[in-house]
Design a protein around this ligand. Structure first.
Ligand SMILES: C[S@@+](CC[C@H](N)C(=O)[O-])C[C@H]1O[C@@H](n2cnc3c(N)ncnc32)[C@H](O)[C@@H]1O
Length: 373
């Protein structure tokens, strides 16, 4: 146990050092052999540190740290019910642009990795699509059916893609057994803004990763986006909660020494998100993924990903098309999403330093950037 503690302290010190060096810079890891095994690529909304021990610590310790079975099902239910009941008032939302920006990140991530996969017909599995663009799975299916109808009526040829919709808890159920064709393999498995829910317990994380891995073809990619535990844990705040006008994080675990699994916090974002989430400790994630044949090839922060993709043709076009950034100063007398007096200082400063005469820039309000980076 003492050795384990020493090891934990050592890791914690190392993380602290790295965190300070890497704050706001890219975290990138390359595998030695990414071509033969399956690969995992994760992007994070925030920066990371954690003080937990490695996965190899003894089992009884792990079990004590994680939550009871009853609590697990309560949390899963809360998350799913929450996403099924939120009203879709995106148009009125204070965080409309931030959500569009997140959609841009997801689209560009998928674009990057589908481009890596050559072949005639790409097969992809979207785990935890849930409301898929904020719709229930039924609405998602209806929307897809509508697309099919339009496509064949207007263009008179077979649909662009076929799809199957499955309602299941990815952390508890073997997905393969639910597919119409249980022998199907996918080129890409994606899990956007949802993988962290499985870190409620070791069993759930294993089930999720097993699902992802066994559905992938050799050489395929598992991609996703999660909040970055290091940043959450390293937020300098008194007490157990922090946030700003639009978001709030409150910890329900020992923040200075969170458990490997079940490190619970409550995340509230605007009037749309309000549910329990769990910290994902990167070394454990990497080790567990390896156990299921997934090799971590890249881990990147949103700010770095944005810098890398924003000037690519597709990135530029999509930023405009889906209004992933807000125009500052506002146009045609429209109201800004944030408070014009205090939320756009960065944009004002940027404009005063600019040499060109064009005043309009694309940005987000400061509180929204704070959620993303
Ligand atoms: C933040 S939303 C992201 C939805 C979608 N992936 C996207 O990016 O728009 C999280 C989604 O994960 C779903 N979810 C959470 N836990 C799940 C689980 N254990 N199994 C399946 N879906 C889950 C929720 O229902 C919710 O729709």
């Amino acid at each position: 146990m003492n050795e384990a503690k020493e090891k934990r302290d050592e890791i914690s010190k190392e993380k602290d050092k790295n965190y300070r060096q890497n704050k706001r810079s890219q975290i990138e890891e390359h595998s030695s052999d990414a071509s033969s095994s399956k690969r995992v690529k994760y992007d994070t909304a925030q920066n990371v540190n954690n003080t937990s021990s490695e996965l190899s610590s003894n089992n009884s310790e792990k079990r004590n740290e994680s939550l009871s079975k009853k609590e697990h099902s309560d949390n899963s239910l809360l998350v799913i019910q929450h996403y099924n009941t939120i009203l879709d008032d995106r148009k009125k939302s204070r965080i409309l642009y931030m959500r569009n920006f997140n959609n841009w990140i997801k689209s560009m991530l998928m674009f990057e990795y589908t481009n890596e996969i050559y072949g005639t017909r790409l097969k992809a599995l979207d785990m935890c699509c849930g409301r898929g663009g904020d719709l229930t799975i039924q609405e998602c299916q209806d929307r897809y059916n509508e697309m099919l109808k339009q496509n064949s009526a207007e263009r008179k040829y077979s649909p662009i893609f076929t799809a199957e919709f499955i309602t299941a808890d990815c952390t508890k159920v073997r997905l393969r057994s639910k597919f119409e064709d249980p022998s199907i393999n996918f080129d890409l498995v994606s899990c956007q803004f949802a993988f962290h829910y499985c870190f409620e317990s070791l069993e759930q994380a294993e089930c999720m990763l097993k699902n992802a891995s066994e559905c992938l073809k050799p050489g395929g990619y598992f991609i996703g986006t999660i909040p970055d535990a290091y940043d959450l844990v390293w937020q300098r705040c008194d007490g157990n909660s922090f946030g700003n006008d639009i978001y709030n994080v409150e910890f329900f675990c020992n923040k200075t020494k969170p458990p490997l699994f079940g490190a619970k916090y409550h995340f509230k974002l605007g009037n749309l998100v309000n549910c329990p989430e769990f910290l994902v400790y990167l070394p454990v994630f990497r080790k567990l993924a390896l156990k299921f044949g997934l090799n971590l090839v890249k881990f990147e922060r949103f700010d770095s990903f944005y810098e890398r993709m924003k000037n690519k043709k597709k990135g530029k076009h999509l930023l405009k098309k889906i209004q992933a950034l807000e125009t500052y100063p506002s146009q045609h007398g429209e109201m800004l999403a944030g408070n014009p007096d205090k939320d756009y200082q960065h944009a004002k400063e940027y404009n005063t330093q600019k040499t060109s005469n064009r005043r309009e820039i694309g940005t987000l309000s400061q509180p929204e950037w704070e959620v993303i980076c």
